[in-house]
Design a protein around this ligand. Structure first.
Ligand SMILES: Cc1ncc(COP(=O)(O)O)c(C=O)c1O
Length: 364
């Protein structure tokens, strides 16, 4: 159905399953992040993998973001073609077609790429020269996640120097994402390990700056570590993404952000007193990490015990009495992979649909 049809409708009248974002809560989350980072004088480059939605990317830019992070070339294309002036592609881009697509974006936006390999640097530079553009580059340091990224300072220096040697590339600094620490439930442990990880990145940036290499950007961190990383004055920007929506995983950390994103679902069957079936399954809510939970319903009263393609089956207890036809909001365990399941997001205020936002970078 045409998206405009839904504007002005009560959320409770939407067909289900429906991906719903509460604009006021999301806006408060953005303000909380912006205000905190303003106090510590660190910039925000929010990760667009969370929302994949240009309308939200533009709100983040208006709230002071220096640009957006993207996980893939496709996400970056969608954001640039929607008018976002600066994107970082926060993954190594190696295959020739993806390299050409990334570099091509530099014709109409500022593009920041990350690298951890000298051959890749040469290939990227060759495309940049061929296209007659300059691409900004960060050298990627592994700060403990054990995925991509240089494994030593020597390797990082070599890669950074290769960038400097290549016409068509502009070394701007270093990148290091401590993804392995984001969900550590114990604040003390997260802080300690986060300080170690960011310390590695910051020390590397200082060393390279001491060698005369440009280190104007030191970029990293996510929603679980934003304030730990930003304690370092040398950290110039934070890449958090999930803070705008939150999810079941991040809710466990006691962060100052509220849940703004839910999947509204209808009870379709109550075959037994202690069982309820909802019309959302893994096609409408990410099964990643753990089962979704029902917003506002106490733990133990409606625990989801299974998810199939179209259904969630929950054990009902504790006097909770959901009736067929009633609507409930599920909190996904992971917001980013849940957003990826939908073409559109219903943006709501006070229970009314205010806008329908195309999730244009879905599956991109
Ligand atoms: C490189 C990078 N930076 C930042 C983030 C943002 O993380 P979060 O959504 O946990 O804030 C991610 C998430 O996967 C990421 O891959």
């Amino acid at each position: 159905m045409n998206n405009t049809y839904f504007v002005g409708m009560p959320v409770s009248a939407l067909p289900t399953p429906a991906l719903v974002v509460d604009i006021e809560i999301m806006t408060r989350n953005m303000e909380t992040m912006t205000n905190y980072l303003a106090k510590v004088n660190t910039k925000l480059r929010p990760h667009a993998k969370t929302h994949k939605t240009p309308a939200i990317g533009h709100l983040q830019m208006r709230a002071g973001a220096v640009g957006l992070c993207c996980a893939t070339v496709g996400e970056a294309e969608v954001m640039v073609y929607a008018g976002i002036p600066e994107v970082m592609i926060a993954n190594e881009i190696v295959d020739p077609v993806s390299l050409r697509r990334s570099v091509n974006l530099a014709r109409q936006a500022r593009v920041l790429m990350i690298v951890d390999d000298c051959e890749n640097v040469k290939n990227l530079a060759a495309v940049a020269r061929q296209y007659g553009v300059v691409v900004d580059v960060l050298a990627d340091l592994d700060v403990g996640q054990g995925r991509c990224g240089c494994r030593s300072l020597e390797q990082l220096e070599q890669v950074a120097r290769e960038v400097v040697n290549q016409k068509g590339l502009n070394l701007r600094g270093v990148f290091g994402y401590e993804g392995h620490l984001q969900f550590l439930p114990d604040r003390e442990e997260r802080s300690r390990k986060g300080r170690e990880a960011t310390g590695l990145l910051v020390r590397a940036a200082k060393e390279l700056a001491g060698l005369g290499l440009n280190m104007e950007i030191v970029s990293g961190a996510g929603t679980g570590t934003y304030d730990i990383a930003a304690e370092f004055a040398e950290m110039t920007e934070i890449q958090a993404g999930s803070y705008i929506f939150m999810d079941g995983t991040y809710q466990k950390l006691g962060l100052p952000f509220q849940q703004s994103l839910t999947v509204m679902s209808t009870v379709v069957s109550r075959p037994k007193e202690d069982l309820a079936v909802f019309d959302v399954g893994i096609k409408g809510i990410s099964p990643e990490r753990f089962h979704p939970s029902l917003q506002g319903v106490a733990s133990g009263c409606a625990d989801v015990k299974s998810l199939s393609e179209e259904h969630a089956v929950a054990n009902i207890a504790g006097g909770f009495d959901p009736k067929p036809g009633e609507r409930y909001h599920f909190v996904p365990s992971h917001c980013c992979s849940t957003v990826n399941l939908y073409d559109r997001m219903f943006a709501c205020r006070n229970g009314i649909v205010e806008a329908v936002w195309p999730i244009a970078a879905r599956r991109a």
